[in-house]
Ligand binder design. Sequence first.
Ligand code: GAR
Length: 186
Amino acid sequence: MRIAVLCSGNGTNFENIVRSVTQHEVVLMLHNKEKCGAAKRAEKFGIPHCHISHKDEHLMIMTLNAFRIDLIVLAGYMRILSPKFIQSFDKIINVHPSLLPKYKGANAIEQALDSGDDVTGCTVHYVTEELDSGEIILQSKVPIMPDDDIKSLTKAVQRREYGILPDAINLIGDSLETVQRVETTV
Ligand code: GAR
């Protein structure tokens, strides 16, 4: 698959995908924050990247189409995409730092900490028009320790994201391959 990753920040998930998803190719990274960590990481790996404002979805769609993208991965992309954008592509997935359907939207890790829960986690799901509500592909649980703060819990959750996001991408790739194999045999 030809993968595009959308980022707004540090880009650790983006770097992790580039390093660990070896059967597929990250061909493009789009970011809506001009000088973000993700842009520096793309530079380091020689991956084409581009700053496009989230207000210019038309340009985002045209750029993604020009790169013939099979899968769009939202990895810390902190904007809600319009129905038009979502309908323009076959497969968009997102990584979210909670056990969805719990704690949708912003500040999911803070919400889990404040709730008094003893477990949280992360989810990879398909993106639909309803925020953080599409079909779940993979989830992983993370225990909340009594002495956890936002920093330690974010680190623990992200460590799990580095496992499930590449696994989810590979699962999607495998299912596409199966469909293609079936199509060529009928
Ligand atoms: C990740 O932890 C991801 O779950 C979260 O942003 C972080 C980005 O980190 N995404 C959301 O909260 C989306 N609602 P990164 O830029 O280092 O990959």
